[in-house]
Design a protein. Structure first.
Length: 89
């Protein structure tokens, strides 16, 4: 799985909830008011299902899910897609 695939899938998922096909990848979804805190749980479930990763308790941090870029970085670390990424973390 490539980082581009992760970004594409994350963008599609977010776009469904913000009623916009054009969400900047670096915008903070929560502080911008685009989504509410209930969306965070939907996002965690999506990440687990779509990318077959386990979101551990220590991963439940808004910093990992606040933007499309943050989601991509998080998934990349979990899957070892990023340089120096956490294999098995």
């Amino acid at each position: 799985m490539s980082p581009e695939h992760v970004k594409s899938k994350a963008s599609e998922f977010v776009a469904q909830y913000v009623n916009s096909a054009d969400v900047a990848p670096d915008i903070d979804l929560f502080s911008s008011g685009m989504v509410n805190s209930l969306f965070a749980m939907q996002l965690v479930l999506f990440v687990e299902r779509e990318f077959a990763v386990v979101v551990d308790n220590e991963d439940l941090d808004f910093e990992n899910f606040k933007s499309i870029d943050a989601i991509c970085s998080f998934v990349g670390r979990k899957l070892g897609l990023t340089p120096g990424g956490g294999h098995g973390s």
